[in-house]
Design a protein around this ligand. Structure first.
Ligand code: UDX
Length: 430
């Protein structure tokens, strides 16, 4: 098939590259000249494992342009993959989605318009109305939410648990199914509103699991239990499952914070107060602040202390810093008067508060050199290979808060660290 993908961000590019790899011809349209120029020059403007290889291996089926008309010229299907950031009110900002819909005016040869962007329930109905008003009544509409996690987006796209299609139109369902031919997963067809709700529900439930286990972790630390052991055994119950039960400094990223807030606001706008979801968000907000509080207690105050922040991306395997817990940790440390040195193998944080007041170091050891405390914020595997025996004597004070329960506590204690973990009573406080 011939597809036009709007948006060359994480979702759009992965979608485009995977469709091309499945044999379709894909024209990608983005509004950022730098992004389009990079893609045309064969450079991948973001870091996602396997993406550069897919783009390079399918050049004859991929094109990139700033011009919506050009991208749409030969397309059967238009895929909307633009971002929907929170507005000042915490709702999803749909202006980019509707800017794309506007640009479809005149593309009467299209068979279907498919929205992949995460949107509040009811957006599909609004898009349908806009398409009708633009003279595109005959063009089918579908929602096709994505469930890809950053760092494994290509694999998730090509080997999903399911493909969800929300539509009232058989043509759209057929188009989306055809596009996914070669993907070994059930295609679940339902109405548009339910498909939109699936996406928000899945992300909210995953965020709930993490906030829940973080709350349990905080209790474990107080009552003498170890959350790693608790989660391991709880996760063996097939009704609960082992995934998303890793306690730590909390969730971040482009999806969980935005989608949980959007779902909360959407519920509120509809007249329901979502108490559980509100608590899920609050537990997560507190978890990262709590980490700084623990460092403050351990050091007897943070003013004048030098703290090494190890890892700044919201999770390993990505360069994404959106809503990263590290940003709150760094800002809180600075606010308490600490000096912050940080290390990350990939991310280069924007030159803005708080990172503009922090110092980037080339290695974890360099960041920890002369520090009063170090905190693991992102569970980069590189941290497992650090020569901690050499780091320990180089620190001014050997306080180490493992915000991801990444390191082996026994080893760290043996090396002489004042080691603290999350939800492990034996390593709760110094
Ligand atoms: C998530 C969803 O997994 C994906 O399906 C959706 O489409 C977008 O949002 P992503 O944001 O890329 O994907 O990251 P994910 O791997 O799910 O992790 C989200 C956050 O939760 C990270 O900050 C991670 O460190 C944290 N996390 C995850 C935990 O703290 N504990 C866990 O057990 C799992």
């Amino acid at each position: 098939m011939r597809v036009c993908v709007f948006g060359a961000g994480y979702i759009g590019l992965v979608t485009a590259a995977c469709f091309a790899d499945l044999g379709h011809t894909v024209a990608v349209r983005d509004i950022n000249p730098g992004t389009v120029a990079a893609l045309r020059a064969g450079r991948t403007p973001l870091y996602e494992p396997g993406l550069a290889e897919l783009l390079a291996g399918n050049t004859e089926r991929l094109s990139f342009t700033l011009d919506a008309g050009e991208a749409l010229r030969h397309a059967d299907v238009a895929y909307v993959c633009v971002d929907t950031p929170p507005t000042a009110a915490g709702d999803a900002d749909l202006s980019r989605v509707f800017a794309v819909v506007d640009s479809l005016r005149g593309a009467s040869h299209l068979k279907a318009v498919v929205v992949k962007s995460t949107v509040p329930v009811g957006t599909g109905a609004q898009v349908r109305t806009a398409l009708d008003a633009a003279g595109l009544r005959h063009v089918a509409y579908a929602a096709n939410p994505e469930f890809t996690a950053e760092g494994s987006a290509v694999a998730n796209f090509l080997h999903p648990d399911r493909v969800v299609v929300g539509t009232g139109d058989e043509v759209a369902a057929t188009c989306v199914s055809e596009l996914h031919k070669g993907v070994d997963a059930p295609v679940v067809v339902m109405d548009v509103a339910s498909a939109e709700m699936v996406k928000l529900t899945a992300n909210a439930l995953l965020a709930t699991k993490i906030s829940f286990v973080n709350e349990i972790a905080n209790v474990c630390g107080l009552v003498g239990a170890d959350v790693v052991e608790v989660a391991r055994a709880v996760g063996m119950d097939h009704r609960l499952g082992p995934h998303f039960l890793e306690a730590g400094i909390g969730w971040g990223g482009s999806c969980f914070p935005k989608d949980s807030l959007a779902l909360k606001q959407m519920a509120g706008n509809s007249g329901y107060t979502p108490q559980l979801l509100s608590a899920v968000i609050e537990v997560n907000d507190l978890q990262r602040r709590r980490a700084v509080q623990r460092l403050k207690t351990a050091l007897g105050g943070l003013a004048g202390a030098r703290v090494a922040v190890l890892g700044v991306t919201f999770k390993p395997g990505t360069d994404d810093m959106r809503e990263a817990p590290s940003t709150v940790v760094a800002a809180r440390l600075l606010a308490e008067g600490a000096e912050v040195r940080y290390w990350d193998p990939v991310a280069v944080p924007a030159d803005a508060h708080p990172w503009s007041s922090c110092t980037r170091m080339a290695t974890p050891a360099a960041a920890a050199d002369g520090a009063d405390a170090a905190i693991v914020v992102t569970q980069w595997p590189q941290l497992l290979d650090v020569d901690w025996a050499a780091v320990r004597p180089a620190m001014r004070r050997p306080v180490l808060l493992d915000g991801r329960n990444l390191l082996d506590p026994g080893t760290m204690v043996r090396l002489g660290f004042s080691y603290m973990a999350v939800g492990r009573a034996a390593y709760e406080q110094l």
